[in-house]
Design a protein around this ligand. Sequence first.
Ligand code: ZN
Length: 96
Amino acid sequence: MRDGGCAIPGCNVRATWCEIHHVREHSEGGETSTDNGVALCWFHHRTLETSGWEVRILNGVPQVRGPAWWDPHRRWRPVDNHPLWMRKRVGAHRTG
Ligand SMILES: [Zn+2]
């Protein structure tokens, strides 16, 4: 069973060892109470600004975009290993 963990694809750090990176939902103006968290391991959290990874929340679904060396098309893709406390927010969203 997948119990969630670091939002970066390919990173298998468990949720219990992750920190919460707070992301504002831009689609709602960046205000209100949409102060959502995405789990990132300490490494990806600290290198987020320099590594080329980007994290956002769109319609309650956390998404990540990889650096050009990882994804030349730089597509946003839903985080499929977000932990339980995020899963309840996304409702009907399913991956895999
Ligand atoms: Zn990580």
